[in-house]
Design a protein around this ligand. Structure first.
Ligand code: ATP
Ligand code: MG
Length: 658
């Protein structure tokens, strides 16, 4: 099989600002390299040191690292005892500087709705929640499905589970009842936690109906706890549903709930992957390794300090919400900002307005959101004072260099490092990302591996690829935040991650490493297009399109082609103010031929009103491939799609495309 051909030519490099360097945890490339080398030379010492520095243990471990990728079996801090909730909340109450500071600042979509929980208040909410769960019969090891929008009580629910040793499975609140049902059944959850609804884009979205419909066929569910977001009376249909407020009434204000002493390798949560490539996998993470890794990466990659006001825009239903809204920042005693609504309502300046109003210092978001906001124009961020920001971050998909630079210039005002963080649900935390004040950034590259992480790029035959040669991104050694398995399906864990290249963790992503040691993620290997024997990564083609001033977003897929094997089919979303003319089409073709070369000449360009995305905002190329190939009948599993309507529009446009 031919290897991946890399087409992206990106020469820009941005050095970390001087301001902030002196206070940074890791302030130079030299220091980063030293630490990196040490982490590989002596992983036991490195991870033991980080684990002791960041986490409070009731008992230290007997063995720091153990792994065997052939079996596979992974264990960190074996024999160690701790509790994740204790680490995120209880221990901070002994520190007068943290006890009464805001743990969570929440802004609802309607401006009037705001809430603040100090660490002390969060602790008391969690204790009540934990007591309620216990009173309902939830025990250590039981599964609890959480189906809630972005609200502080969702964090309390997760930590209440962690407190009593129950395993939470958070399901994104935007999922349908069917998707929720599948996940409840897969985890065999005893309790479901949901609420009446949430505001999105000016509308009231109800969750309770969907939750009640989902549990109808779930015999495993004994109780469903219903929170009140809207403040109106709630009508319950299923007799297993109980109002949270009623349950809370019976408890004293100062209710305390004892925490379970957990083993480092006890499961902390199950989480289903985004479902971009197929049926989502319910991977599970364990308490010790995951928590250490979340805290470790949060501290170094965001250079997180006690006075930061930190905003990660991810929903708690994704791994990013788990590691970088909840476990990482709270373990470090930070102030977390949460926003209920969408970025473009009531106008595309909403996020920037919030940054200005709350003095956000760290903003972590997704390329898809950046491209959507970029499409609306520079005038929106210009209106606001964004000088509080000091670090920007992205995750979820490869970020096209043009979107990166737009973010850097218009939001970061050329003062803030941008951390492009490559990682996965399965990795628990960041894997390849620039340490912001140490590593110069190249737009579109996630830069260097973090300490303790050893990525390699393999050819199809298992040998290591040369510099700039694209290949399979794999990881050579274990790290604490690794998933320990697929819930209830250990065979699948081995098959998906440890079979393609025995002895390695297989990521499923394509990448290349450049002459400076920078990693460039080229997209998913399932999305690679084979044009006349050249295997092209979709990300690089899309980035070339996005470079054109008329293009807001692009998705490129292959389709069967008699001569070339596969042809290039591009779905293009235009920026505000550009018309989908045939002249523009010609111009885009010549633009691609010029910036990449004739090999990348698109065979078809379709001007699309939007792109099908997963609920986490990732482009679903799997469906776009089918539409391009005119296989309209069998579009596969679309249950994780955010707006199924867009698919029909694209099908119509495809039928009329010549
Ligand atoms: P599924 O595994 O169910 O198909 P998914 O892979 O989208 O879904 P996640 O674990 O949420 O589920 O996403 C991880 C993937 O997202 C990575 O494997 C990679 O393809 C992509 N990704 C995440 N961050 C980056 C990044 N900074 N640069 C490039 N790709 C990224
Ligand atoms: Mg994946």
């Amino acid at each position: 099989m031919a290897e991946l051909t890399s087409l992206l030519k990106e020469g820009r490099i941005f050095y970390p600002p001087q301001e902030g360097k002196d206070q940074a945890y890791i302030s130079s490339r030299y220091k980063y390299k030293q630490i990196y080398q040490y982490s590989l030379d002596d992983p036991d010492e490195f991870w033991a040191e980080r684990a002791k520095e960041l986490i409070t243990w009731f008992k230290y471990w007997d063995r720091t690292c153990y792994w065997d990728f052939y079996k596979p079996e992974i264990k960190f801090f074996e024999g160690g005892k701790l509790n994740a909730c204790f680490n995120c909340v209880d221990r901070h109450l002994d520190n007068p500087a943290i006890k009464n500071k805001a743990a969570i600042i929440w802004q609802g979509e309607p401006d009037r709705d705001t809430k603040v929980y100090t660490y002390h208040m969060l602790h008391s909410e969690i204790c009540k929640f934990a007591k309620i769960l216990k009173n309902l019969g939830v025990e250590k090891g039981d599964r609890v499905t959480i189906y809630l929008p972005t609200m502080p009580e969702a964090v309390a629910a997760m930590l209440a589970c962690a407190r009593i040793g129950a395993i939470h499975s958070v399901v994104f609140g935007g999922f349908s009842s069917e998707a929720l049902k599948v996940r409840i059944l897969d985890a065999q959850a005893k309790v479901v936690i949901t609420c009446d609804g949430t505001y999105r884009g000016g509308r009231r979205i109800t969750l309770l109906d969907r939750a009640e419909e989902a549990i109808r066929d779930c015999d495993c569910v004994e109780h469903c706890i219903v929170l009140n977001r809207f403040g109106d009376p709630i009508e319950l249909k299923d007799n297993r549903c109980i109002l949270y407020d009623d349950l809370k009434k019976d408890l004293s204000v100062a209710e305390y709930c004892e925490y379970e002493v957990m083993d480092a390798e006890d499961p902390l949560f199950i989480l289903y992957t985004s479902g971009t490539t197929g049926k989502p996998k319910g991977v599970y993470h364990t308490t010790g390794g995951y928590l250490v890794y979340a805290a470790h990466t949060t501290q170094w990659v965001f250079d997180l300090k006690p006075d930061d006001i930190y905003w990660c825009t991810a929903d708690i239903g994704w791994i990013t919400g788990h590691s970088y809204v909840v476990y990482g920042p709270l373990a470090l005693g930070a102030t977390v900002f949460m926003y209920e609504g969408v970025p473009t309502y009531p106008n595309p300046g909403r996020w920037w307005e919030l940054v200005d109003r709350y003095g956000i210092t760290i903003l972590y978001t997704a390329p898809t959101a950046i491209r959507v906001l970029m499409r609306e124009g520079d005038q929106w961020p210009k209106k606001y004072n964004l000088s509080s920001l000091r670090i920007l971050g992205t995750v979820g998909e490869p970020i096209n260099p043009e979107a990166w630079v737009w973010f850097y210039v218009n939001v970061g005002r050329k003062r803030c490092p941008v951390v492009d963080t490559w990682w996965q649900t399965e990795t628990g935390g960041h894997m390849i990302a620039p340490i912001p004040f140490a590593v110069p950034q190249k737009p579109g590259s996630a830069t260097y591996p973090l300490p303790g992480v050893e990525p390699v790029i393999l050819r199809a035959d298992g040998t290591e690829a040369d510099i700039n040669e694209g290949g399979h991104l794999c990881i050579k050694r274990a790290w604490p935040g690794m998933a320990r398995g697929v819930w209830g399906d250990e065979k699948r864990f081995k098959e998906v991650y440890f079979s393609r290249f025995p002895g390695y963790y297989y990521t499923g992503d394509g990448a290349r490493k450049d002459e400076d040691g920078y990693f460039w993620i080229m997209g998913r290997l399932d999305d690679v297009i084979n044009v006349s024997g050249h295997r092209l990564g979709t990300m690089e083609l899309e980035s070339a399109f996005v470079e054109h001033p008329a293009v807001a977003e692009a998705a490129v897929v292959g389709f069967p082609h008699d001569i070339k094997g596969e042809g290039i089919f591009a779905y293009i979303v235009l920026k505000e103010g550009f018309d989908p003319t045939s002249e523009l089409k010609k111009e885009l073709v010549s633009h691609i031929r010029k910036v990449i070369g004739p090999i990348a000449t698109p065979d078809f360009i379709l001007f699309a009103p939007g792109l099908p995305k997963t609920r986490s905002g990732k482009i679903m190329r799997r469906i776009l491939r089918k539409i391009a190939a005119q296989q309209f009948e069998d579009l596969g599993d679309t249950s994780t799609l955010a707006e199924p309507e867009v698919v029909e529009k694209l099908v119509d446009l495809r039928k009329n495309l010549k």
